[in-house]
Design a protein around this ligand. Structure first.
Ligand code: HXC
Length: 268
């Protein structure tokens, strides 16, 4: 589908995306690139990164991949520094890396719980922490009048409760709290906008195929106001809106992009 945004809304910007080589992260990488940004992607699997980077480059997007795990502070630091070394600055950090599996609370080991907290929550904070000095106003390659921005990919699971997702619900609740607190502190001190996106069920993603077997998604469709799954494109357009000047007065919000699903109830 054609983008409603002008092709230069992110012209001259440099974006670093964790989990940017696959799924929703890759679609955001692509759309940011098609709208003028240079793209650095971070992920654990070199093969996935290589194929993502060549996909971006084949569309004329300046792109580079760095292998790293957001659970390791030294990886986060190295990848942020390498991005700035490669492209000269950093304007947008997107935290899209996430871990997930379906398991009942009874069967989930504390280490399984911790693993997802480490990836989603601590990983998000670690990336933000390492990126701060480059994103703040007056940081390398940037003027003293404007800071960069951060986008944290969240979920809607924790607005209510979700079967077999206690670890992810807890982790994404922490992500949302991190979004708000950094928006307050870094918005005030450094002119950095920090926002989130909470996707609903998005077709053709690892999350969907892992978490929602077909019978569940068919059932979900019965109560969804828009009666359909979202597309990765929908999330990427929301990301463009928040990361571009269109969203310049938006700070500390997590935009729900789910067709209204989390509000849905069966009709009686
Ligand atoms: C129960 C599990 C498990 C499973 C791992 N564990 N998989 N427990 N069921 N299926 C437990 C392990 O037993 C172990 O605890 C602990 O978690 C760490 O496991 P490892 O395999 O050592 O960890 P690691 O290799 O680091 O892998 C972590 C991972 C990750 C979370 C499994 O590799 C992963 O999920 N990758 C896929 C990424 C993904 O699907 N992304 C899409 C996210 S979608 P013990 O106690 O045994 O040591 C998304 C959408 C959310 O986030 C919103 C949906 C609506």
């Amino acid at each position: 589908m054609e983008s409603p945004f002008k092709a230069d809304v992110l012209k001259g910007k440099v974006a670093l995306l964790t989990g940017g080589g696959s799924g929703i992260g890759f679609e955001i990488s692509t759309q940011f690139g098609l709208h003028g940004a240079s793209i650095a992607i971070m992920g654990r699997r070199k093969q996935v990164l290589d194929s993502a980077v060549s996909g971006l480059c084949s569309q004329g997007i300046p792109a580079v991949g760095f292998v790293g795990d957001v659970r390791k502070q030294e990886d986060a630091k190295r990848v942020v520094e390498s991005t700035v070394k490669h492209f000269g600055r950093l304007d947008i950090l997107v935290n899209a890396a996430a871990g997930n599996f379906l398991v009942s609370s009874e069967d989930l080991s504390p280490n399984g719980f911790r693993t997802v907290m480490d990836i989603d929550s601590v990983g998000t904070f670690t990336m933000c922490h390492e990126a701060l000095k480059y994103l703040k106003k007056g940081g390398p390659g940037r003027s003293f009048s404007s800071g960069g921005s951060i986008l944290n990919i969240s979920a809607t699971l924790h607005y209510t409760a979700a079967w077999y997702q206690i670890h992810v619900s807890a982790a994404k609740a922490a992500v949302d709290a991190t979004t708000r607190n950094l928006a307050l502190e870094w918005g005030t001190d450094y002119d950095i906008r920090v926002n989130g996106i909470a996707p609903g069920p998005i077709g053709d993603t690892a999350g969907m195929s892992k978490l929602a077997p077909e019978e569940i998604s068919n059932k979900a469709r019965e109560i969804m106001p828009l009666y359909k799954l979202g597309e990765k494109w929908d999330i990427a357009m929301a990301a463009l809106y928040l990361a571009s000047d269109a969203g310049k007065y938006i700070n500390g919000t997590t935009l729900v992009v789910d067709g209204g699903l989390w509000l849905s109830r069966p009709r009686h």
